[in-house]
Write a protein that binds this ligand. Structure first.
Ligand code: FNR
Length: 193
């Protein structure tokens, strides 16, 4: 079957530039013949992690749904803003809830990290911080990352990147990532879903 890739847009606001970037990455994935599953975090309602809530009610439906979508994917992409040079609380909270589920669904999956920000650094510092919990959970985080600077003026109306050089770099990054996932799931030690 074609590779299936979950593309998480790690923001709650509807006009999020990171969800726009996630939509573009999903389209670039579909263009290769693989199947993208777009997952903006506002679709996964969950409270702040609280051990008492977990003990009394188990996992919230939003965390279970996100876990299911991860499990039915061969790999995932996260498009995340940078908040104070770090990971937004809403994304860290979702990772924390989902990490409680067994078998733990982040383990051995490949992930590509991308970001968008109005700043010149494009949110890249936040992605370095995001590597820490993911690598702790056993995710194979792709070495290359993509950060879109000046994201508020970075997109065309059709949702492509306004700078053709950046559009090519993003396309090449996505394709490189998919080649690695394909090679590893077909010939490597990873089990396919
Ligand atoms: C930000 N923003 C921000 N940007 C950045 O490049 N580096 C940073 O450290 C921060 N810190 C930060 C903290 C908080 C609390 C907020 C609300 C915002 C700005 C951020 O990049 C901007 O709001 C983006 O537009 C957020 O991404 P979305 O919502 O467009 O996807």
């Amino acid at each position: 079957h074609p590779l299936r890739v979950l593309v998480i847009g790690a923001a709650l606001r509807k006009g999020s530039t990171n969800i726009r970037l996630a939509s573009l990455v999903a389209r670039l994935i579909n263009d290769t013949g693989a199947t993208a599953d777009l997952a903006p975090l506002y679709d996964f309602d969950m409270p702040l992690y609280n051990g008492d809530v977990e003990e009394a009610h188990g996992l919230p439906p939003g965390a279970l749904a996100l876990c299911e979508r991860l499990r039915s994917s061969d790999a995932f992409v996260i498009a995340s803003p940078e908040y104070n040079a770090s990971v937004p609380g809403v994304l860290k909270n979702a990772i924390d809830w989902v990490s409680r589920i067994r078998p733990q669904p982040f383990k051995t999956k490949h992930a590509l990290l991308v970001s968008a920000s109005p700043s010149m650094a494009g949110g890249n510092r936040g992605l370095w911080v995001l590597r820490v919990p993911l690598e702790h959970l056993g995710t194979r985080v792709y070495p290359d990352m993509f950060s879109l600077a000046k994201a508020h003026e970075g997109f065309t109306e059709s949702g492509d990147l306004a700078d053709p050089g950046l559009q090519k770099r993003l396309t090449d990054t996505v394709r490189g990532f998919l080649s690695l996932v394909e090679a590893d799931t077909r010939y490597g030690c990873l089990q396919r879903r």
